[in-house]
Write a protein that binds this ligand. Structure first.
Ligand SMILES: [Zn+2]
Length: 284
């Protein structure tokens, strides 16, 4: 198998005309080990079905992850199912407009209400987010006031702080940071979609948080050292906000999984945490 495996950037052997990584790569290479731990307390048929569904969902997203990586971005999942359908449909026909559609979807879906509600939900669950709640709230305000000069450097500060604390990297020791997320808990709880997403997220972050002057996409070092004067754009600012919230999502997902929803006195709870839901949302 490995000797005949095509190169990721070579045409897929199925003849679709797509690069292998955008086509059968996900199906050929990413099936995880079946977990032995059955945390769901369901029948073996139910366990089997759940496992297949998780695999299907993860495999469907891998080509989009690859496409985003090729464009120096991360495939943020903060889009609606309707947008996701439109994007995957376009991707199957012609991938050239997919990045544009994805960026439009991110802009459309992620309004101030979304970020503020997510911030409240995540602060409620994660002490790492709670500690930075005020800063993140001011970043959201700056972003939606088009103050990208303020929002972007502050976002880099939050991202670095989150990862230093998450990975116990002290500032005094002046250790280099690796923007890593521990995969083991996701494997144990069968959150395979998050597991493969974190691998892409790690790659994206390590690229985003370094960089040299003259780079065409946004990177931490040229911005924070004053060498990049082109950085204050809406797109860059949104990208960093989504990066903060992707970390928040990963940081909280394990505490919310497997979900045990509850409604009491008109309030919604997930595994004991109060969760504010989106209301009256009608994206185009
Ligand atoms: Zn193929």
């Amino acid at each position: 198998m490995s000797s005949t495996k095509p190169g990721r950037n070579k045409p897929c052997p199925c003849g679709s005309g797509y690069k292998y990584k955008f086509c059968h790569y996900a199906i050929d290479t990413t099936k995880p080990e079946r977990p032995t731990k059955n945390i769901f307390n369901i029948s073996s048929e139910g366990h089997e079905l759940l496992y297949s569904l998780m695999n299907i969902s993860r495999q469907a997203d891998i080509p989009l992850h690859e496409l985003c990586m090729e464009n120096g971005l991360y495939y943020f999942k903060d889009i609606t199912i309707a947008q996701w359908e439109k994007i995957t449909e376009s991707f199957a026909k012609d991938s050239s407009s997919t990045m544009k559609l994805l960026q439009n979807a991110w802009e459309e879906t992620n309004d101030a209400e979304y970020f503020n509600r997510m911030l409240e939900n995540c602060s409620n669950i994660s002490p790492l987010i709670k500690k930075r709640e005020k800063t993140i709230s001011q970043i959201v305000t700056s972003h939606f006031s088009e103050m990208y000069e303020i929002a972007i450097p502050a976002s880099f500060m939050v991202i670095e702080g989150l990862f230093r604390e998450y990975n116990n990297i002290s500032f005094e020791a002046n250790q280099g940071i690796s923007y890593k997320i521990n995969l083991e808990p996701y494997e144990n709880t069968m959150l395979y979609a998050d597991m493969s997403a974190t691998l892409y997220f790690t790659k994206f972050l390590n690229k985003l948080m370094t960089g040299k002057p003259g780079d065409t996409s946004i990177h931490r070092n040229p911005v924070m050292h004053g060498a990049d004067n082109e950085f204050p754009t809406k797109r860059n600012s949104l990208l960093l906000l989504l990066t903060i919230f992707e970390f928040a999502r990963l940081e909280t997902s394990l505490k919310l999984w497997p979900p045990k929803p509850e409604t009491k006195d008109g309030k919604h709870f997930l595994n004991g945490y109060e969760i504010k839901m989106r209301e009256n949302f009608n994206p185009k």
